[in-house]
Structure formats: structure tokens, C-alpha cells
Design a binder for this molecule. Structure first.
Ligand code: ADP
Ligand code: ASP
Ligand code: MG
Length: 445
């Protein structure tokens, strides 16, 4: 029998009512046998995620400050869920262990991992499923790098003979025996690994939106849901800050040819977004906009260099890049003219070495003029169909011109999967809205 691996995010498991929805979703499809939960997330917008509460306990413990009140608040959240679900279960022993551990060795990753661990325990009991501790199956080397092959082997070994399991997200254990977490949002990665290990027919990632949206809902009002997106398109958008799914969640399923389906726990009837590989049969799709999605992020700077006859100077670009390399900097884009060259890079990375880099560039390439422009945002318009559609770049420019937004940089990747433009940070939201209008709203009319 083929299985579905289902991962539920923090908001999907934030309280007892959400647990009920999750159980109904799981029970409605017999293939949903392997479940990866996050820790309880926010119940309302200024609520605090259990993960953040745990980080705080650890910080207090580390500075020798009493954290019993904070730990009690976490206990209350779980006890609230347990009692509202009418379950007969006590986490007292678990909390005693956590308190003892944090006092003895306040390790950040251990602390944070307890959110998923405890939620997994509660969910397993509520569903009547087996509990498999992620520490027993998700393996990291002692530098904290995931060992995928060892992990897949350990998962298969551990679940042999089990026809269901709840495996908490977000953490595993190093070969030296320390609990280690992925970066924030990492339960997505666990789900993807489990899907790979059980050769799932699909990896369902259940969250609080009805799929991957064409643009960030905080910028565009009620954006359309993307029906189908390729892994490559998703990666471009995720890199630009569209953060529905952890970046590292793509590789384990992609390599095994398993599609991801983003679904909404609060609207299980919605089909959500299918994330698929390039060879998917796209003729099944009902919609077909030129672009798939738009995302952007702030916090970039541009180093602008001018020098007469730059193009004739042998090794000019190499010298510039060597200075960046020597200072541990990587760059995002490098548009250039005959006598000018600009390098776009993250302001936060540039800041600590800003003066040094300018001084070294002056010395190495003796420019006529050099300056740094801060306050830039980069925006990616992504779509697999752009390649076969003429005039996409012209439409992006037209949208910017109508809004009187100055385009400071433009770059089209050789794959023609995306068009990148740089604008002033203040213009970013409006630029995204204008592009959305140009490609989504106007194509509907
Ligand atoms: P979970 O807790 O289920 O893992 P996340 O908070 O990590 O959920 O991701 C879902 C959130 O991502 C949404 O609630 C939404 O606010 C945000 N988001 C940002 N960009 C997008 C986008 N393009 N499409 C959908 N959601 C987006
Ligand atoms: N609970 C963790 C976090 O808040 C992991 C996750 O939700 O995926 O980052
Ligand atoms: Mg998430």
C-alpha cells in the first residue's frame, strides 16, 4: 500500500480545536499514516509560539535566572489541549525531565525541540498512533549536517512493522548524541525526509493558507492560489522570501520524485498547491497565467564603480570579485555597462567590512568614481511559461513606468525562469502590486 505523509504546522496544532480538525483530516483518508507535527504555534496574531517560549526558558536557564514561571506557561498550553480534548494524559514527568535538563545543561536546540516532542506525544495518543522519537531516526553529523542516507535507513528500520506513526518535526540527534534542530520552520524538512523514507505517494504539508499564493498576502489583497508550481520556480520564490515552505524541504522529496501538496487545515476542501517536477503533465491545469509568482526582499546595497575604458582593462572584473572574495562576500547580481559596473549584495553582510572593501577596491582598480547605494530591494517575477511568452520584460517595465517606480537593476536568468528587478525599498510593495495587476488581474479580463 502506498502512503501519504502529512505534516501539520504550528497554527494547525495551536489548540484543542485545531487538533480536532487535524484528526478529522487524518482519519478521512486511510493513506494518511505518517504524521509530522510542529509545536503549538500562534492561536491569534500576538500570541507566542511554544518554540519561542522554550528558547526564552533556555536563555533564562543559561543566565542562571529562575524560569519556572515561563515553563509553567508552556505546561499550561499543553494541559489546556489535553483537557479540552478530554484525554487522560499527564506530561508531569516529561516537564520534570525538561526542567532538570535545562538546569543542568541549557542547550538551545534541546530546549526548542521539546515543543515538537511533546506535541508529538499528545497527538500520537489522541490519534491512537505509534510515537516515534525523531531523535532515534533523524541523524546529523557532529557538525550539525543532516546525514540523509543514514536517516532514511534509520527511519525504515524503526517503522518496520508499524502501520502508522507520529514523528515530531524540527529535530534529530547528532552522532555524538546531542539533540539538534533544523533552522526555524524546519518541521517541513522532517516531513520531506519521512516522505522520502516511506516512499510516500505524496507529501501533504498542512498549514493556514490554501496553498502557495501568487504574492505575499500581506502585500496583495487576497492573491490567487498557485495551482501548480515546479520545484525550480518554488526555489526562486522561496529564496526571495516567500516563506510558506522551508527551503531545505524540497531536496528530499524532489530527489525521490514525490510531489508536495500545500493544504489548508482550516479549509480541507480546497485543493491547495501542487509542487511538482518539470516533467509533470501541466495540461491538467485549469489556469494558465504567464507568471507563477512574485516575491521580493529588502536589505540590499549596490557598489557602483565607474572607470573610463574599464572594458579594455584586462582582469578588471576579476580584481573586483577578488576583493569581495577576500572579504567573505558573495554577490547577488552584477549588471555592468562599458565604463560602469555595479554589484548588488546584502547590506547586512557588507556592513561589517564596508570601509575596508571600498579602500581595497580603490587600491586594486583605481576607479574614477566609487559609491555605495543602500536601501535597495530585489524582486523576482517567476514563471516557467515566460520563456515561451514574448514581451514579459516589457510588461514588467510598463507596470513600473505607470507607477513611476524607478528600476535600478534588471536581470534575466539564462533559464528564462525569472526576471529580477531592483527598486528602492520604499517602492517594493507597490511594485509587487503593480506586477500582480499587470499579469494576474489583467489576464483575467
Ligand atoms: P506553518 O506554521 O504551517 O509552517 P508558516 O507560517 O511557516 O506555516 O507558513 C505559512 C504562512 O506563510 C502564511 O500564513 C502566510 O502568512 C505566509 N506567506 C508568505 N508568503 C506567502 C505566499 N506567497 N503564499 C502563501 N503564504 C505566504
Ligand atoms: N516549531 C519550529 C519553529 O517555530 C519548527 C516549525 O514550526 O517548523 O520554527
Ligand atoms: Mg512553516
Amino acid at each position: 500500500m502506498s502512503y501519504k505523509v502529512v505534516k501539520f504546522g504550528g497554527s494547525s496544532l495551536a489548540d484543542a480545536n485545531q487538533f480536532k480538525k487535524v484528526a478529522a483530516i487524518i482519519k478521512s483518508d486511510d493513506k494518511r499514516r505518517f504524521v509530522v507535527p510542529s509545536a503549538p504555534g500562534k492561536r491569534f496574531s500576538d500570541d507566542i509560539k511554544v518554540t519561542d517560549m522554550l528558547y526564552k526558558c533556555c536563555e533564562l536557564a543559561g543566565s542562571g535566572v529562575d524560569f519556572s514561571e515561563d515553563l509553567q506557561m508552556i505546561k499550561d498550553r499543553y494541559n489546556g489541549i489535553i483537557s479540552e480534548l478530554g484525554m487522560d494524559m499527564s506530561l508531569d514527568d516529561e516537564f520534570a525531565t525538561i526542567e532538570h535538563e535545562l538546569k543542568a545543561r541549557p542547550a538551545k536546540d534541546y530546549a526548542a525541540s521539546r515543543g515538537e516532542y511533546l506535541n508529538g506525544k499528545v497527538l500520537a495518543k489522541y490519534l491512537g498512533f505509534n510515537f516515534v522519537d525523531a531523535a532515534d531516526v533523524i541523524v546529523f553529523n557532529n557538525k550539525g549536517v543532516l546525514l540523509l542516507d543514514d536517516t532514511v535507513k534509520a527511519v525504515r528500520e524503526r517503522i518496520k512493522g508499524l502501520d502508522n506513526a507520529v514523528i515530531p518535526g524540527f529535530y534529530g540527534k547528532t552522532t555524538e548524541g546531542f539533540i539538534k534542530t533544523f533552522s526555524r520552520g524546519g518541521s517541513d524538512v522532517t516531513g520531506s525526509i519521512i516522505a522520502n523514507a516511506v516512499r510516500a505517494e505524496i507529501y501533504e504539508n498542512w498549514t493556514d493558507v490554501s496553498g502557495f499564493l501568487v504574492a505575499d498576502p500581506r502585500i496583495v489583497d487576497h492573491p490567487d492560489v498557485i495551482e501548480t508550481i515546479t520545484y525550480r520556480e518554488l526555489r526562486e520564490l522561496a529564496y526571495m522570501g516567500a516563506s510558506v515552505l522551508h527551503e531545505d524541504a524540497i531536496f528530499p522529496v524532489r530527489s525521490a520524485g514525490i510531489p508536495i501538496n500545500i493544504r489548508n487545515t482550516n479549509a480541507p476542501e480546497d485543493a491547495g498547491t501542487m509542487i511538482v517536477s518539470n516533467d509533470y503533465d501541466f495540461s491538467r491545469e485549469s489556469l494558465g497565467h504567464t507568471i507563477t509568482g512574485i516575491a521580493g526582499k529588502k536589505g540590499f546595497s549596490s557598489i557602483n564603480i565607474e572607470k573610463a575604458m574599464m572594458n579594455n582593462e584586462h582582469g578588471f572584473g576579476m580584481k573586483v570579485l577578488k576583493v569581495l572574495y577576500d572579504n567573505g562576500l558573495s554577490f547577488e547580481h552584477m549588471p555592468s555597462g562599458i565604463d560602469t559596473m555595479s554589484i548588488t549584495l546584502e547590506t547586512a553582510k557588507l556592513d561589517p567590512v564596508r570601509d575596508k572593501v571600498i579602500a581595497e577596491l580603490r587600491r586594486e582598480v583605481e576607479p574614477d568614481h566609487i559609491e555605495i547605494e543602500d536601501g535597495l530591494a530585489i524582486l523576482a517575477v517567476v514563471g516557467r511559461r515566460m520563456k515561451n511568452t514574448r514581451g514579459t520584460v516589457a510588461r514588467v517595465f510598463a507596470a513600473m513606468a505607470h507607477a513611476r517606480i524607478n528600476v535600478k537593476l534588471i536581470d534575466q536568468g539564462s533559464s528564462e525562469l525569472n526576471v529580477i528587478i531592483g527598486v528602492s525599498e520604499n517602492d517594493l510593495p507597490e511594485a509587487i502590486r503593480r506586477i500582480y495587476d499587470m499579469f494576474i488581474n489583467s489576464e483575467k479580463q
